[in-house]
Design a protein around this ligand. Sequence first.
Ligand SMILES: Cc1ncc(COP(=O)(O)O)c(C=O)c1O
Length: 371
Amino acid sequence: MSLTSKRIDWWEPQVGEEERELLIQVLDSNFLNDGEYTTQFEQKLAHLLGCKHVVAVTSGTSALFLALKACGIGPGDEVIVPDITFIATANAVTMAGAQPVLVDVDPNTLNLSPAEFKKAITPKTKAVIPVHISGRPADMPNILEIAENHNLKVIEDAAEALLSKLNGKCLGTFGQAGILSFSPNKTITTGQGGAILLDDDSLEVRLRELKDQGRPVRGTGGNDIHDQIGYNFKLTNLQAAIGIAQLDKLTARTERMKQTCMMYTEGLSDLEELTLLPFQLEKGEIPQWVDALTQRRDELVEYLQTCDIVCRRFWFPLHAHKPYQLPDDAFTNSTHLSAKAFWLPSSFSLTNADIEQVCNQIRKFFGKNQI
Ligand SMILES: Cc1ncc(COP(=O)(O)O)c(C=O)c1O
Protein backbone atom coordinates (compact mmCIF):
# COMPACT_ATOMS: atom_id res chain seq x y z
CA MET A 1 0.00 0.00 0.00
CA SER A 2 1.23 3.48 -0.83
CA LEU A 3 2.09 5.58 2.22
CA THR A 4 2.70 8.79 0.31
CA SER A 5 0.39 10.64 -2.03
CA LYS A 6 3.00 11.31 -4.70
CA ARG A 7 5.59 9.04 -6.26
CA ILE A 8 9.10 10.33 -5.67
CA ASP A 9 11.36 9.28 -8.52
CA TRP A 10 15.10 9.04 -8.19
CA TRP A 11 15.46 11.32 -11.22
CA GLU A 12 13.29 13.34 -13.56
CA PRO A 13 14.48 15.31 -16.60
CA GLN A 14 12.79 18.66 -17.21
CA VAL A 15 12.15 20.64 -20.37
CA GLY A 16 9.97 23.72 -20.77
CA GLU A 17 8.92 26.61 -22.96
CA GLU A 18 12.51 27.73 -23.66
CA GLU A 19 13.36 24.35 -25.23
CA ARG A 20 10.14 24.47 -27.25
CA GLU A 21 10.87 27.96 -28.58
CA LEU A 22 14.41 27.13 -29.68
CA LEU A 23 13.27 23.86 -31.25
CA ILE A 24 10.69 25.76 -33.30
CA GLN A 25 13.42 28.16 -34.45
CA VAL A 26 15.44 25.18 -35.69
CA LEU A 27 12.41 23.64 -37.40
CA ASP A 28 11.61 26.99 -39.06
CA SER A 29 15.21 27.29 -40.27
CA ASN A 30 14.83 23.89 -41.99
CA PHE A 31 18.46 23.06 -41.07
CA LEU A 32 18.07 20.19 -38.64
CA ASN A 33 21.56 18.71 -39.01
CA ASP A 34 24.68 19.56 -36.97
CA GLY A 35 24.97 23.30 -37.58
CA GLU A 36 25.02 26.73 -35.99
CA TYR A 37 23.04 25.71 -32.88
CA THR A 38 25.52 22.88 -32.35
CA THR A 39 28.40 25.35 -32.62
CA GLN A 40 26.68 27.75 -30.23
CA PHE A 41 26.10 24.93 -27.73
CA GLU A 42 29.78 23.93 -27.98
CA GLN A 43 30.95 27.52 -27.47
CA LYS A 44 28.71 28.10 -24.47
CA LEU A 45 29.96 24.88 -22.87
CA ALA A 46 33.62 25.76 -23.53
CA HIS A 47 33.13 29.17 -21.93
CA LEU A 48 31.35 27.69 -18.93
CA LEU A 49 33.88 24.91 -18.35
CA GLY A 50 37.03 26.91 -19.07
CA CYS A 51 38.43 24.74 -21.84
CA LYS A 52 39.53 25.76 -25.33
CA HIS A 53 37.40 23.35 -27.36
CA VAL A 54 34.18 21.39 -26.98
CA VAL A 55 33.18 18.91 -29.68
CA ALA A 56 29.52 17.89 -29.42
CA VAL A 57 28.63 14.32 -30.38
CA THR A 58 25.78 11.82 -30.13
CA SER A 59 26.45 10.41 -26.65
CA GLY A 60 28.92 10.13 -23.80
CA THR A 61 29.85 6.69 -25.13
CA SER A 62 30.68 8.00 -28.60
CA ALA A 63 32.58 10.89 -26.97
CA LEU A 64 34.78 8.38 -25.11
CA PHE A 65 35.24 6.27 -28.24
CA LEU A 66 36.24 9.29 -30.36
CA ALA A 67 38.59 10.65 -27.68
CA LEU A 68 40.36 7.27 -27.58
CA LYS A 69 40.57 7.10 -31.40
CA ALA A 70 41.82 10.69 -31.65
CA CYS A 71 44.54 9.84 -29.11
CA GLY A 72 45.64 6.98 -31.40
CA ILE A 73 44.46 4.18 -29.10
CA GLY A 74 43.44 0.92 -30.75
CA PRO A 75 44.19 -2.80 -31.12
CA GLY A 76 47.03 -4.09 -28.95
CA ASP A 77 46.67 -1.23 -26.45
CA GLU A 78 45.45 -1.45 -22.87
CA VAL A 79 43.34 1.22 -21.20
CA ILE A 80 42.86 1.30 -17.43
CA VAL A 81 39.26 1.71 -16.26
CA PRO A 82 37.81 1.68 -12.70
CA ASP A 83 35.72 -1.38 -11.84
CA ILE A 84 32.83 0.80 -10.62
CA THR A 85 31.36 2.78 -13.50
CA PHE A 86 28.58 2.53 -16.05
CA ILE A 87 29.61 -0.16 -18.54
CA ALA A 88 29.85 2.48 -21.32
CA THR A 89 33.33 3.41 -20.07
CA ALA A 90 34.69 -0.08 -20.80
CA ASN A 91 32.54 -0.58 -23.90
CA ALA A 92 34.03 2.54 -25.52
CA VAL A 93 37.51 1.06 -25.04
CA THR A 94 36.35 -2.22 -26.59
CA MET A 95 34.74 -0.32 -29.50
CA ALA A 96 38.11 1.33 -30.16
CA GLY A 97 39.64 -2.17 -30.44
CA ALA A 98 41.70 -1.81 -27.25
CA GLN A 99 41.58 -3.87 -24.05
CA PRO A 100 39.94 -2.38 -20.96
CA VAL A 101 41.94 -3.29 -17.85
CA LEU A 102 39.77 -3.08 -14.75
CA VAL A 103 41.15 -1.90 -11.42
CA ASP A 104 39.68 -1.62 -7.95
CA VAL A 105 38.35 1.63 -6.50
CA ASP A 106 39.15 3.88 -3.56
CA PRO A 107 36.60 3.00 -0.82
CA ASN A 108 36.25 6.66 0.22
CA THR A 109 35.17 7.95 -3.18
CA LEU A 110 34.20 4.82 -5.20
CA ASN A 111 36.52 6.25 -7.88
CA LEU A 112 39.68 4.83 -9.47
CA SER A 113 42.33 4.01 -6.87
CA PRO A 114 45.63 5.65 -7.93
CA ALA A 115 47.60 2.84 -6.22
CA GLU A 116 45.68 0.14 -8.12
CA PHE A 117 46.05 2.14 -11.34
CA LYS A 118 49.85 2.23 -10.88
CA LYS A 119 50.00 -1.53 -10.20
CA ALA A 120 48.03 -2.33 -13.37
CA ILE A 121 50.35 -0.49 -15.79
CA THR A 122 52.09 -2.74 -18.34
CA PRO A 123 54.15 -1.95 -21.45
CA LYS A 124 50.88 -2.12 -23.40
CA THR A 125 49.07 0.53 -21.30
CA LYS A 126 48.37 3.65 -23.34
CA ALA A 127 45.68 5.47 -21.37
CA VAL A 128 43.62 5.69 -18.22
CA ILE A 129 39.98 6.74 -17.86
CA PRO A 130 39.26 8.13 -14.39
CA VAL A 131 35.50 8.38 -13.80
CA HIS A 132 33.97 11.00 -11.49
CA ILE A 133 31.10 8.95 -10.06
CA SER A 134 28.04 11.02 -9.02
CA GLY A 135 30.10 14.19 -9.67
CA ARG A 136 32.68 13.37 -6.96
CA PRO A 137 36.22 14.01 -8.21
CA ALA A 138 38.65 11.17 -8.75
CA ASP A 139 42.12 11.81 -7.30
CA MET A 140 43.30 13.74 -10.36
CA PRO A 141 46.62 15.10 -8.94
CA ASN A 142 47.91 11.57 -8.25
CA ILE A 143 46.38 10.06 -11.39
CA LEU A 144 47.92 12.78 -13.58
CA GLU A 145 51.32 12.32 -11.96
CA ILE A 146 51.32 8.54 -12.45
CA ALA A 147 50.09 8.95 -16.05
CA GLU A 148 52.78 11.50 -16.82
CA ASN A 149 55.51 9.28 -15.36
CA HIS A 150 54.38 6.43 -17.62
CA ASN A 151 53.59 8.54 -20.68
CA LEU A 152 49.88 7.64 -20.62
CA LYS A 153 46.97 9.65 -21.96
CA VAL A 154 44.30 10.70 -19.45
CA ILE A 155 40.73 10.76 -20.74
CA GLU A 156 38.33 11.80 -17.97
CA ASP A 157 34.85 10.36 -17.90
CA ALA A 158 32.96 13.35 -16.49
CA ALA A 159 29.59 12.05 -17.74
CA GLU A 160 28.17 12.57 -14.24
CA ALA A 161 30.16 15.67 -13.34
CA LEU A 162 29.05 18.68 -15.36
CA LEU A 163 30.46 21.81 -13.70
CA SER A 164 31.74 19.93 -10.64
CA LYS A 165 35.13 21.30 -9.65
CA LEU A 166 38.40 20.13 -8.13
CA ASN A 167 40.90 22.79 -7.02
CA GLY A 168 38.83 25.42 -8.82
CA LYS A 169 38.95 23.61 -12.17
CA CYS A 170 36.03 21.84 -13.86
CA LEU A 171 36.20 18.06 -13.98
CA GLY A 172 36.76 16.86 -17.52
CA THR A 173 39.39 19.55 -18.19
CA PHE A 174 42.40 17.96 -16.45
CA GLY A 175 43.59 15.37 -18.96
CA GLN A 176 44.22 15.26 -22.73
CA ALA A 177 40.43 15.06 -23.11
CA GLY A 178 37.32 14.75 -20.97
CA ILE A 179 33.78 13.74 -21.82
CA LEU A 180 30.25 14.69 -20.78
CA SER A 181 26.92 12.93 -21.31
CA PHE A 182 23.57 14.62 -21.92
CA SER A 183 21.40 11.52 -21.57
CA PRO A 184 18.10 12.05 -19.69
CA ASN A 185 19.42 11.37 -16.19
CA LYS A 186 22.15 14.02 -16.37
CA THR A 187 22.11 17.64 -15.14
CA ILE A 188 21.29 18.83 -18.63
CA THR A 189 19.89 16.62 -21.37
CA THR A 190 19.58 16.71 -25.14
CA GLY A 191 17.66 13.40 -25.21
CA GLN A 192 20.90 11.65 -26.03
CA GLY A 193 24.14 13.54 -26.53
CA GLY A 194 27.68 14.02 -25.37
CA ALA A 195 30.71 16.23 -25.68
CA ILE A 196 34.49 16.03 -25.68
CA LEU A 197 36.35 18.76 -23.77
CA LEU A 198 39.92 19.57 -24.70
CA ASP A 199 42.56 22.28 -25.19
CA ASP A 200 44.73 20.80 -27.94
CA ASP A 201 44.09 22.36 -31.38
CA SER A 202 45.26 19.42 -33.51
CA LEU A 203 43.29 16.92 -31.43
CA GLU A 204 40.20 19.06 -31.98
CA VAL A 205 40.68 18.98 -35.77
CA ARG A 206 41.10 15.19 -35.60
CA LEU A 207 37.92 14.81 -33.50
CA ARG A 208 35.89 16.90 -35.92
CA GLU A 209 37.11 14.73 -38.81
CA LEU A 210 36.37 11.53 -36.90
CA LYS A 211 32.85 12.60 -35.97
CA ASP A 212 32.04 13.36 -39.62
CA GLN A 213 33.24 10.54 -41.88
CA GLY A 214 36.89 11.62 -41.85
CA ARG A 215 36.35 14.85 -43.78
CA PRO A 216 37.96 18.04 -42.48
CA VAL A 217 35.26 20.21 -44.09
CA ARG A 218 31.65 19.29 -44.78
CA GLY A 219 31.21 19.86 -48.50
CA THR A 220 28.55 18.96 -50.99
CA GLY A 221 29.56 15.35 -51.52
CA GLY A 222 31.22 15.98 -54.88
CA ASN A 223 33.99 18.04 -53.31
CA ASP A 224 34.43 16.13 -50.04
CA ILE A 225 37.91 14.88 -49.18
CA HIS A 226 38.05 11.78 -46.97
CA ASP A 227 41.73 11.12 -46.25
CA GLN A 228 40.90 8.80 -43.38
CA ILE A 229 38.16 6.60 -41.98
CA GLY A 230 35.59 8.42 -39.89
CA TYR A 231 32.13 7.93 -38.42
CA ASN A 232 28.86 9.80 -38.08
CA PHE A 233 28.54 11.06 -34.51
CA LYS A 234 27.14 14.51 -35.20
CA LEU A 235 24.87 16.24 -32.67
CA THR A 236 22.03 17.89 -34.55
CA ASN A 237 20.74 21.46 -34.30
CA LEU A 238 17.55 19.96 -32.86
CA GLN A 239 19.42 18.39 -29.97
CA ALA A 240 21.70 21.41 -29.51
CA ALA A 241 18.70 23.76 -29.33
CA ILE A 242 17.43 21.77 -26.35
CA GLY A 243 20.94 21.80 -24.85
CA ILE A 244 21.22 25.59 -25.17
CA ALA A 245 17.89 26.08 -23.41
CA GLN A 246 18.94 23.63 -20.69
CA LEU A 247 22.22 25.48 -20.12
CA ASP A 248 20.28 28.61 -19.15
CA LYS A 249 18.84 26.64 -16.24
CA LEU A 250 22.12 25.13 -15.14
CA THR A 251 22.97 27.46 -12.25
CA ALA A 252 19.53 27.02 -10.67
CA ARG A 253 19.83 23.24 -11.09
CA THR A 254 23.28 22.92 -9.57
CA GLU A 255 22.27 25.14 -6.63
CA ARG A 256 19.25 22.93 -6.04
CA MET A 257 21.38 19.78 -6.26
CA LYS A 258 23.70 21.16 -3.58
CA GLN A 259 20.73 22.00 -1.34
CA THR A 260 19.32 18.50 -1.83
CA CYS A 261 22.64 17.01 -0.76
CA MET A 262 22.74 19.27 2.34
CA MET A 263 19.19 18.32 3.29
CA TYR A 264 19.96 14.61 3.06
CA THR A 265 23.13 15.14 5.11
CA GLU A 266 21.15 16.94 7.80
CA GLY A 267 18.31 14.42 7.74
CA LEU A 268 20.34 11.21 7.71
CA SER A 269 23.84 11.71 9.06
CA ASP A 270 22.98 10.49 12.60
CA LEU A 271 22.03 7.03 11.28
CA GLU A 272 24.65 4.42 12.17
CA GLU A 273 23.52 1.93 9.58
CA LEU A 274 23.63 4.30 6.60
CA THR A 275 26.59 6.30 5.28
CA LEU A 276 26.25 9.21 2.89
CA LEU A 277 29.39 9.54 0.81
CA PRO A 278 30.58 13.10 1.48
CA PHE A 279 30.75 15.92 -1.09
CA GLN A 280 32.92 19.00 -0.55
CA LEU A 281 30.28 21.49 -1.64
CA GLU A 282 32.28 24.47 -0.43
CA LYS A 283 35.07 23.45 -2.84
CA GLY A 284 32.76 23.42 -5.84
CA GLU A 285 31.86 19.73 -6.02
CA ILE A 286 28.40 19.19 -7.48
CA PRO A 287 26.45 16.11 -6.42
CA GLN A 288 24.66 15.12 -9.57
CA TRP A 289 23.23 12.21 -7.61
CA VAL A 290 23.41 11.71 -3.83
CA ASP A 291 24.88 8.28 -3.11
CA ALA A 292 24.66 6.26 0.10
CA LEU A 293 25.89 2.95 1.48
CA THR A 294 24.15 0.47 3.73
CA GLN A 295 24.52 -3.20 4.45
CA ARG A 296 20.70 -3.45 4.23
CA ARG A 297 20.50 -1.78 0.82
CA ASP A 298 18.19 -4.19 -0.99
CA GLU A 299 15.79 -4.39 1.94
CA LEU A 300 15.75 -0.57 2.25
CA VAL A 301 15.28 0.04 -1.49
CA GLU A 302 12.38 -2.41 -1.53
CA TYR A 303 10.81 -0.82 1.56
CA LEU A 304 11.06 2.65 0.00
CA GLN A 305 9.48 1.33 -3.16
CA THR A 306 6.40 0.39 -1.11
CA CYS A 307 6.28 4.06 -0.03
CA ASP A 308 6.41 5.20 -3.68
CA ILE A 309 9.98 6.38 -3.25
CA VAL A 310 12.27 5.18 -6.00
CA CYS A 311 16.00 4.79 -5.39
CA ARG A 312 18.53 3.45 -7.86
CA ARG A 313 20.91 0.66 -6.92
CA PHE A 314 24.53 1.01 -8.10
CA TRP A 315 25.62 -0.93 -11.14
CA PHE A 316 27.19 -4.35 -10.66
CA PRO A 317 30.97 -3.90 -10.83
CA LEU A 318 32.30 -4.27 -14.37
CA HIS A 319 34.18 -7.47 -13.55
CA ALA A 320 30.81 -9.12 -12.76
CA HIS A 321 29.42 -8.55 -16.28
CA LYS A 322 29.87 -11.36 -18.81
CA PRO A 323 32.00 -9.49 -21.39
CA TYR A 324 34.49 -8.41 -18.70
CA GLN A 325 34.14 -11.29 -16.24
CA LEU A 326 36.92 -11.80 -13.69
CA PRO A 327 37.07 -13.33 -10.19
CA ASP A 328 36.09 -11.08 -7.27
CA ASP A 329 39.48 -11.50 -5.52
CA ALA A 330 41.22 -8.59 -7.27
CA PHE A 331 38.30 -6.26 -6.61
CA THR A 332 37.71 -6.33 -2.88
CA ASN A 333 36.43 -2.76 -2.58
CA SER A 334 34.23 -2.65 -5.66
CA THR A 335 32.70 -6.07 -4.94
CA HIS A 336 31.91 -5.14 -1.35
CA LEU A 337 30.80 -1.54 -1.97
CA SER A 338 28.73 -1.86 -5.12
CA ALA A 339 26.44 -4.29 -3.24
CA LYS A 340 25.85 -1.66 -0.54
CA ALA A 341 25.63 1.45 -2.72
CA PHE A 342 22.56 3.19 -4.06
CA TRP A 343 21.40 6.63 -5.15
CA LEU A 344 18.76 8.50 -3.19
CA PRO A 345 16.15 10.45 -5.15
CA SER A 346 18.34 13.27 -6.48
CA SER A 347 16.36 15.15 -9.07
CA PHE A 348 16.59 18.95 -9.05
CA SER A 349 12.79 18.92 -9.32
CA LEU A 350 12.31 17.44 -5.81
CA THR A 351 10.68 19.77 -3.27
CA ASN A 352 11.96 20.18 0.29
CA ALA A 353 8.88 18.22 1.42
CA ASP A 354 9.84 15.36 -0.94
CA ILE A 355 13.34 15.19 0.54
CA GLU A 356 11.97 15.28 4.09
CA GLN A 357 9.59 12.50 3.16
CA VAL A 358 12.48 10.37 1.89
CA CYS A 359 14.54 11.08 5.04
CA ASN A 360 11.61 10.24 7.29
CA GLN A 361 10.87 6.95 5.56
CA ILE A 362 14.54 5.97 5.77
CA ARG A 363 14.59 6.94 9.45
CA LYS A 364 11.46 4.88 10.03
CA PHE A 365 13.08 1.89 8.31
CA PHE A 366 16.06 2.11 10.67
CA GLY A 367 13.78 2.65 13.71
CA LYS A 368 14.73 6.30 14.26
CA ASN A 369 12.57 9.32 15.15
CA GLN A 370 11.16 11.55 12.41
CA ILE A 371 12.75 14.93 11.57
C1 LIG B 1 30.06 7.23 -15.86
C2 LIG B 1 29.39 7.21 -17.20
N1 LIG B 1 30.14 7.04 -18.30
C3 LIG B 1 29.61 7.03 -19.52
C4 LIG B 1 28.26 7.18 -19.71
C5 LIG B 1 27.72 7.07 -21.09
O1 LIG B 1 27.05 8.19 -21.54
P1 LIG B 1 25.88 8.02 -22.63
O2 LIG B 1 24.76 7.31 -21.98
O3 LIG B 1 25.56 9.45 -22.99
O4 LIG B 1 26.45 7.28 -23.78
C6 LIG B 1 27.43 7.39 -18.59
C7 LIG B 1 25.99 7.64 -18.66
O5 LIG B 1 25.11 7.22 -19.16
C8 LIG B 1 28.00 7.38 -17.31
O6 LIG B 1 27.24 7.52 -16.21
